[in-house]
Design a protein around this ligand. Structure first.
Ligand code: DGP
Length: 114
């Protein structure tokens, strides 16, 4: 896949407000927050979309999800609750083609989403 703005963040070519990092996952605050807490969790090994993921990506995607949950717990967000979202392709609203989980917290979320 081609490089994206998130690849540049992983390489520290452009700045980001990084809140969590391990061998597989990087998390940083969204530039355009949609909630008081809006953090993006991305795998360091890029996958363009959820649709492009294969069985070989199962462990990495699981780690992404668990990293978001652990972060929410560590920030005291879990008891009140939060939302995780992964947008896929045009109708899903995906704009950056490097798989990412949005962690949204700090306000009550609406359902259904717009
Ligand atoms: P999505 O629409 O699901 O592909 O979400 C992409 C998100 O990425 C969007 O909420 C805005 C955020 N974003 C785009 N460019 C940058 C950037 O350069 N830095 C940061 N921190 N966030 C970005």
């Amino acid at each position: 896949m081609g490089d994206t703005i998130f690849g540049k963040i992983i390489r520290r070519d452009i700045p980001a407000d990084i809140v969590y990092e391990d061998d597989n996952v990087l998390a940083f605050r969204d530039l355009n927050p949609q909630a008081p807490v809006h953090v993006l969790f991305i795998p360091k090994r890029a996958i363009a979309t959820l649709d492009a993921a294969t069985d070989a990506d199962a462990e990495l995607l699981g780690k992404l999800m668990l990293a978001a949950a652990a972060y929410a717990r560590s920030e005291g967000l879990a008891e009140q609750g939060y939302r995780v979202v992964m947008n896929c392709n045009e109708h899903g609203g995906q704009t950056v083609f490097h798989v990412h989980l949005h962690l949204l917290a700090g306000r009550r979320m609406q359902w259904p989403p717009g």
